[in-house]
Design a protein around this ligand. Structure first.
Ligand code: ADP
Length: 204
């Protein structure tokens, strides 16, 4: 069973909250954001983002799930790309996935802690993934919580980099994208995004 984009509710900003908003409302972004809880491989969407490793040859977590559903042709195309640097993004077809494209990005390894380098790299992942998507005509993109699994980036810090980078990209390029979906897999991430979305996509 796959999930059609037009059945996934859009984020409706609500006024108020415990912290001051970090951004003002941009009405051009209304209807473009969703928080989706579940498996990214189910989404019928232009592009899903993969939290890959530098080899692009497959790993565990979301990468393993994507390769399982996409099938062996994905690995074959990935092998032709000669890897990917941290913070960069490369695009392939979706093969057996309901998504048209997969955008493979490599998050920073943060088991040794988060410094400026990890933070910059995580922001680059989100920005370069969106740039790669729009360059290829993708108008809808779903992100997993990059680096917060095996790579050990604290999810309560990563959520801010994810939301800020997407907000800033959309402020500049809202005409190029119809929908950005934050696909959360763990209850803790659902809670974190639910708490923090109003700070980046506020009602006023
Ligand atoms: P990384 O190596 O970048 O940390 P992981 O795949 O280990 O990548 O984890 C990234 C996030 O993806 C985690 O929040 C994990 O729970 C989530 N995840 C795992 N499987 C899926 C899936 N099928 N769909 C969406 N998210 C998933």
């Amino acid at each position: 069973s796959t999930e059609s984009l037009d059945k996934i509710p859009v984020w409706t900003p609500t006024a108020g909250g415990s912290e001051p908003n970090r951004y003002q409302r941009n009405e051009k972004l209304d209807g473009k954001i969703s928080l989706y809880s579940g498996d990214i491989t189910k989404l019928e969407i232009d592009a899903i983002v993969n939290a890959a490793n530098k080899t692009l040859l497959g790993g565990g977590g979301v990468d393993g799930a994507i390769h399982r559903v996409a099938g062996p042709l994905l690995k074959k195309e990935c092998a032709s790309l000669h890897g990917c640097e941290t913070g960069e993004a490369k695009i392939t077809c979706g093969y057996g996935l309901p998504a048209k494209y997969v955008i493979h990005t490599v998050g920073p390894i943060a088991q040794g802690g988060v410094g400026e380098e990890q933070k910059k790299a995580l922001r680059s992942c989100y920005k370069n993934s969106l740039t790669t998507a729009t360059e290829n005509g993708a108008r809808s993109v779903a992100f997993p919580c990059i680096s917060t699994g095996i790579y050990g980036y604290p999810p309560e810090q990563a959520v801010h980099e994810a939301l800020a980078t997407v907000r800033e990209y959309l402020d500049a390029h809202h005409d190029k994208l119809d929908r950005v979906i934050f696909c959360v897999f763990l209850p803790k991430d659902k809670e974190l995004y639910h708490q923090n979305l109003p700070l980046y996509f506020p009602a006023e």
